[in-house]
Design a protein around this ligand. Structure first.
Ligand code: FAD
Ligand code: FES
Length: 280
């Protein structure tokens, strides 16, 4: 059991939880994630580490309510406990001096950028972050990302905040203006694919963070398999960060939509129950 010590609604259906997880906080490294079950009867879901406090023994995660399990997680309040929490999982990003690093974060890809950008800046990289959302109210964690970056560009699809347009358009402009050594894109699959498409002809190393469905998250079940460079990889133990130029995005999209019908049914069935706090 892992107790929730703080809960903040960052935007509609987007929640930040601070959770007691002393060992995870002690060993966490940038780019890793946890797997948790809100209730004993819940599914296990992977969520990226947004931040951690070694001294306090707590971690922060940010998630969007999209289905049954995230709905269950959002129903927990400060003082309640998450039934199980396992981590830190996944390969962390190597903290090296790459030079000028550009982060591209869309939607729920923004939270994991924070600690990766902060640590890459700390070891001497020049960090520029481009974050984007559909509209102003969905731009989250602006101050934290600003603090972790040397430069911050904000985009909204509808132009209600920052510059109007997609993060990929801002990246394209930047690519024409500056020498860039590394691009790290985290967010929706089409965005990561578009970023990889932009940087491939320029030969700029590009890392993406893949989000396939996961089950055990220990490399045993094979549910999270992705195709990278023609080989099968398990995102939970080989990733979730991979070379964007090598990823088979069409295969990832196909696998992500495999259970769309069941997911929609589960959400419909549980929405009312979870908010009423009936036993799931
Ligand atoms: P489901 O019923 O499983 O699905 C509901 C809807 O969400 C469906 O439309 C479905 O297609 C979509 N969906 C389901 N799983 C995913 C997925 N893996 N990626 C994208 N869409 C999905 N989410 C966050 O909000 N914050 C994070 O920091 C975060 N980090 C992640 C890190 C990793 C390594 C991975 C693999 C996924 C991460 N996700 C994150 C996605 C998160 O795990 C899913 O949103 C969650 O499992 C959905 O569970 P559910 O039961 O609520 O919804
Ligand atoms: Fe089972 Fe990765 S989730 S092998």
């Amino acid at each position: 059991m892992a107790r929730i010590v703080d809960k903040t609604l960052l935007a509609e259906r987007v929640v930040l939880l601070e959770i007691e997880a002393e060992k995870v906080a002690r060993y966490a490294q940038p780019g890793q994630f946890v797997v948790l079950m809100p209730f004993e009867t819940s599914e296990r879901i992977p969520i990226s580490l947004h931040n951690w406090y070694k001294e306090k023994g707590t971690i922060e995660i940010v998630f969007q309510v999209v289905g049954r399990t995230t709905l269950e997680l959002a129903s927990l309040d400060v003082g309640n406990s998450v039934y199980t929490l396992l981590g830190p999982l996944g390969r962390p990003l190597a903290l090296e001096k790459y030079g000028r690093v550009v982060f591209v974060g869309g939607g729920l890809g923004i939270p994991p950028i924070y600690t990766i950008a902060r640590e890459l800046k700390r070891v001497g990289n020049e960090v520029c972050s481009i974050i984007g959302a559909r509209t102003a109210s969905l731009v989250i964690l602006e101050e934290r990302i600003r603090e972790a970056s040397d430069e911050l560009l904000i985009c909204t699809d509808d132009g209600s905040y920052g510059r109007k347009g997609f993060v990929t358009e801002a990246l394209q402009e930047l690519l024409g203006q500056k020498h860039i050594d590394l691009v790290i894109a985290i967010g929706p699959v089409p965005m990561m694919e578009a970023v990889s498409h932009l940087t491939r002809p320029l030969g700029i190393k590009t890392i993406v963070s893949l989000n396939p469905i996961m089950l055990d998250a220990t490399g045993m079940c094979g549910v999270c398999r992705v195709k990278v460079g023609g080989e099968t990889k398990f995102a939970c133990v080989d990733g979730p960060k991979f070379d964007g130029h090598q990823v088979d995005f069409a295969d990832l999209r196909r696998r992500l939509s495999m259970y769309a019908k069941e997911e929609a049914e589960a959400l419909e069935k549980w929405e009312t129950k979870v908010w009423r706090r009936e036993s799931p």
